[in-house]
Ligand binder design. Structure first.
Ligand code: NAP
Length: 254
């Protein structure tokens, strides 16, 4: 197969928002690297859907908090062609706890996956896409969260703080590479109907919180993916360092 100049790498592309981004990016003609941590079946299902629709994708296992895994992940992307975009989507929550109950192990995982993983992937993307490194430019979209503004008390202040770091990283990195052809933006979803809530021990979270949301409903992975695809595309060519709330009005005030 000929190499593509439109390779998009989606971390955590196997499920939820990442899977929606992967499918939509492939439909727009991108070759998509569908990264996953452990759920090979889900990742292969996304790849299979994309190929059935005439697109091209590859599932690649890598734990984003592990530097060697990240290097392998980007090497796999290099094998497909020229990297045009990274979606730093892989993320985890944990069970509801107060800060005075949190273990060091919990905190290490929270910041390692959500923050260090995003930094490692952004670093590798910049090394490939920045004109400073001989690249042709590109776009990075980070997944923040409305939690960074809400603080998530009695639930997961650690997650909120990790996503706060993503907000800061988005602005700082955007300015570092602004004249190097790389745009860096973030989306900050509100309550989106995915499996992440069950993974945090709250499988009925969406149903329970629905009536308290401004639009009286959760968002869908597709609705967040559409915003991400816009930020990846040339249609947002003058947008960098932006943090776009895709939250149905939740936490839109500073
Ligand atoms: P999800 O349904 O739980 O899916 C998480 C994805 O991340 C899966 O593909 C998972 O892979 C992958 N992943 C987890 N840990 C990883 C690691 N260490 N290395 C590589 N991949 C890893 O989550 P989601 O709801 O789509 O959330 C996606 C992003 O949006 C996250 O950053 C999340 O914090 C953010 N967000 C979500 C919401 C929401 O309400 N859903 C709100 C605000 C922000 P496996 O399939 O292999 O497990």
């Amino acid at each position: 197969m000929a190499k593509s100049d439109k390779v998009i790498l989606v971390t955590g592309g196997s499920r939820g928002i990442g899977a929606a981004v992967s499918r939509k990016a492939a439909a727009l003609g991108h070759v998509v690297v569908v990264n996953y941590a452990g759920n090979a079946e889900a990742a292969e299902a996304v790849v299979s859907d994309i190929r059935s629709a005439g697109g091209n994708a590859l599932a690649v296992q890598a734990d984003v908090q592990n530097e060697a895994d990240v290097l392998n992940l980007f090497a796999a992307a290099d094998g497909l062609g020229t990297l045009a975009g990274l979606v730093n989507n892989a993320g985890v929550v944990d069970h509801p706890q107060r800060v005075d109950e949190m273990s060091a192990a919990r905190l290490a995982r929270m910041f390692s996956v959500n923050v260090i993983g995003s930094f490692l992937c952004a670093r590798e993307a910049v090394r490939r896409m920045s004109t400073r490194h001989g690249g042709k430019g590109g776009a990075i979209v980070n997944l923040g969260s409305a939690a960074s503004k809400l603080g998530a008390p009695n639930q997961y202040v650690d997650y909120a703080a990790a996503k706060g770091a993503i907000d800061s990283m988005t602005v700082g990195l955007a300015l570092e590479v602004a004249e190097e052809g790389v745009r860096v933006n973030a989306v900050r979803p509100g309550i989106i109907d995915t499996e992440i809530h069950a993974s945090g021990g709250l499988p009925d979270r969406v149903a329970r919180i629905r009536s308290k949301l401004p639009m009286k409903r959760a968002g869908t992975a597709d609705e967040v993916a559409d915003a991400i695809l816009w930020l990846l595309s040339d249609k947002s060519s003058y947008t960098t360092g932006a943090i776009l709330d895709v939250s149905g009005g939740r936490a839109i005030l500073p």
